[in-house]
Design a protein around this ligand. Sequence first.
Ligand code: LLP
Length: 419
Amino acid sequence: MAVTTQLPAAFPLGSRLDERGVLELGGCDALELAREHGTPAFVVSEDDLRARARELVAAYRARTPHAEVVFAAKAFPCTAVLRVFAEEGLGCDVASGGELALALAAGMEPGRIHLHGNAKSEAELRAAVDAGIGHVVVDNVADVDKLERILGAGRTQRVQLRVTPDVWGETHAAVSTGQADSKFGVALDQAPALIARLRASDSLELVGLHFHVGSQLLDVTPYLRAVEATAALGDFPVVNVGGGLGVTYTDERPPTVEEYVAAKVDAVERFHGPGRTIVDEPGRALVANSTVTLYTVESVKRNVSTWVAVDGGMSDNLRPMLYGARYEVHVVDRFGPGDTVCHVAGKHCESGDVLARDVVLADPRPGDVLVTPATGAYGHSMASNYNGVPRPPVVFVKDGSSRVVVRRETYEDLLARDV
Ligand code: LLP
């Protein structure tokens, strides 16, 4: 059989097919990884994480001395991943008390943490203030009431104000956030009143504006429109332009990091003025392509279609079901060109549990190890125990060795909260 030697762009940097045509990740044989760690498993290339963080930081450094790259922890809320980014000098944004706890446990410097949320509890805000986090991103009036209560007289907190720029980014409706009718942020016409209140506050120091247009954006135009739309709100030292850079899952062509950074920096300089600190909040772009999921085929069935059923599914990757997201699938030791058009289904008890439709595999059979690339963003983070399935481990690979950074869940874990 002809063996493809070129790996698709969705795979982690440094992946390759070895002389036998077997996938190698971070110098580790994918079949051996599956044997050693079991499947399903998230396999993360540590070098890929670092390379993408460095590329983004370098692109900002090349254009402005005033930029902060803050990883959106929701994309891969795992202490080992957060620790890598802390080591690379990044900050992080957290969207809950739980993500804050993970960031602190990872050794993220509190001053580099930003807290988000459209429904922050008083306990979450108190934990953030007590930890000394850099910025709270105020989303609504209730945030201000709660923060002033928590801070009382004598304590202060730096805040950004999240505004809704009334910009629609071309992406799935579930991950578009900049439109006027959004649950996030303060409407442009209501922002001036809240800005005035924050400027008059003794305990809150308003340092900047925040907006986030949406996620998996494949075009830079929405950023420009959002930056422009917010410029009239006043003069702020910090302009937080959110995240959103799209990635390649199959055949998408996202902007390059340079194009993305240039668009954001140029727009801020043009509309908000020079010398601003630009905060970028990438999630997906830093982690999606660092990771693959390994599965084992449990059964192959032929009826109207060919159904290849694996040992995971919607409990480790909800994205195809929630957003119609498309993924590549390959047999790790028989990369294409395949001959069997099939649907790769999960093991869960519903028909919607299909990871990839109409993929072409090379004669898939029970026992084969399959790989789906680009599962680092929002895979581990949205995993569940549906059908009592233990969540997969997270395994780092680098220079030919692997280490488990999050172990596989056990049946004991499933019982651990029973009282
Ligand atoms: N900043 C804010 C305020 C956000 O809400 C988000 C993502 C980000 C930054 C990071 O966006 P990114 O660079 O990753 O596009 N579960 C969905 C994605 C939800 C995104 C939520 N907010 C998915 O799997 O596609």
